[in-house]
Design a protein around this ligand. Structure first.
Ligand code: KG4
Ligand code: ZN
Length: 338
């Protein structure tokens, strides 16, 4: 149903990025357009769902048109339309899902509902489509922190997760406390480069305790330390915090990879753009003889190329979504999508 010449139009509207992309054969990105709503939400310090939905409605037609134009194809060349059906903000998701279904109906091509979490993995596989299984997929985003065992493309088993804050959420909350701009991850990444990562002794929770992680205590430890030591440089705090998060993630990933005999560790989600996480995970993989697959930085954060790619793999398995299917804001990894 899908081959190297099959063209998928992908649409992503699960949170605060309005994105469309055209991908051929699952990995050949002909175009990827991302319109960020960052400015509209920044003054609230986080994403406001109602503002997000409205901005998607206003921006999506233009973003889709631009994706087709940059791919230099007529819309009639599109073989299938894929959109994120969850997880995410329900109102935001429905904008992309409705647009994708309408487009599929008009073009008389299949509609494919895509799981946003699964798509983050395909961002890593865009450059490494032949990465080997078993694979440990480390998904670290603003909303999720998951260690996932993959024995094949359609086989997911969550073997570790956060018991409180997601990794990206911890970055965002600590950045906000330090007075750094939103979103916090990139700001902490930058500040860390100027700071000393041994300046503040911070906890590494549950380090030798299974595969789950916890970041809430770390955030509290940062806050308590800064309140007690107001003169500390925020670059030093940022660097120490980032080192603690990365230590935990790399340690748990190695342990999980050993447990499932992983041949590959693939990183995905916004936090996978973090400089220290990328270098430390690559170093750990080299030491353990496991290949580490990293998405390009722009493919770490939300985009539609990963949606189109995940859609292509589903289409290849003949998994087309019915047009009466809706969005699922709480969709889990590996859950049925029809
Ligand atoms: O995957 P994503 O774009 O959206 C979700 O699906 O959640 O991830 C956004 C998260 C935010 O929490 C942001 O602060 C974090 O990814 N992030 C980073 C970096 N770039 C983005 N965290 C650490 N270092 C970065 N360089
Ligand atoms: Zn995401």
């Amino acid at each position: 149903m899908a081959d190297a010449s099959t063209i998928v139009l992908g649409i992503e509207t699960s949170c605060d990025e309005t994105a469309a992309a055209v991908v051929m054969g699952g990995t050949d990105v002909l175009s990827s357009v991302v319109a960020s709503q960052l400015d509209e939400h920044a003054r609230f310090g986080g994403v406001v769902p109602e503002i997000a939905s409205r901005a998607h409605v206003e921006t999506l037609p233009q973003v889709v048109a631009e994706a087709l134009e940059r791919a230099n194809i007529d819309v009639s060349r599109v073989d299938a339309v894929a959109a994120t059906v969850g997880p995410g903000l329900v109102g935001a998701l429905l904008v992309g899902v409705s647009a994708a279904k309408a487009t599929a109906l008009v073009l008389d091509v299949p509609f494919i509902g895509v799981n946003h979490l699964e798509a983050h993995l395909y961002a890593a596989l865009l450059d490494e489509p032949h990465a080997q299984f078993p694979m440990l997929f480390v998904l670290v985003s603003g909303g999720h922190t998951l260690l996932v065992e993959m024995t094949n493309h359609d086989s997911y088993r969550v073997i570790g997760q956060t018991i409180d804050d997601a990794a990206g959420e911890a970055f965002d909350k600590v950045a906000r406390f330090l007075g750094l701009p939103y979103p916090g991850g990139p700001a902490i990444d930058k500040a860390s480069a100027r700071g000393k990562d041994t300046a503040v002794a911070l906890p590494r929770a549950m380090l030798n305790d299974g595969l789950d992680v916890s970041f809430s205590g770390l955030k509290t430890a940062v806050i308590n330390y800064v309140r007690a030591n107001p003169a500390i440089s925020s670059d030093d705090v940022a660097a120490s915090f980032q080192r603690a998060v990365v230590d935990v993630l790399v340690h748990k990933a190695r342990r999980a990879a050993r447990q499932i005999n992983a041949k590959t560790i693939a990183l995905g989600g916004g936090v996978a753009a973090n400089s220290l996480l990328r270098s430390e995970m690559t170093r750990a993989g080299a030491a353990d003889g496991i290949s580490v697959v990293l998405p390009s930085r722009e493919m770490c954060t939300d985009n539609a190329a990963m949606i189109a790619s995940a859609g292509w793999y589903r289409l290849r398995r003949g998994e087309v979504t019915a047009l009466d299917a809706g969005a699922n804001p709480n969709l889990k990894l590996g859950a049925g999508q029809r």
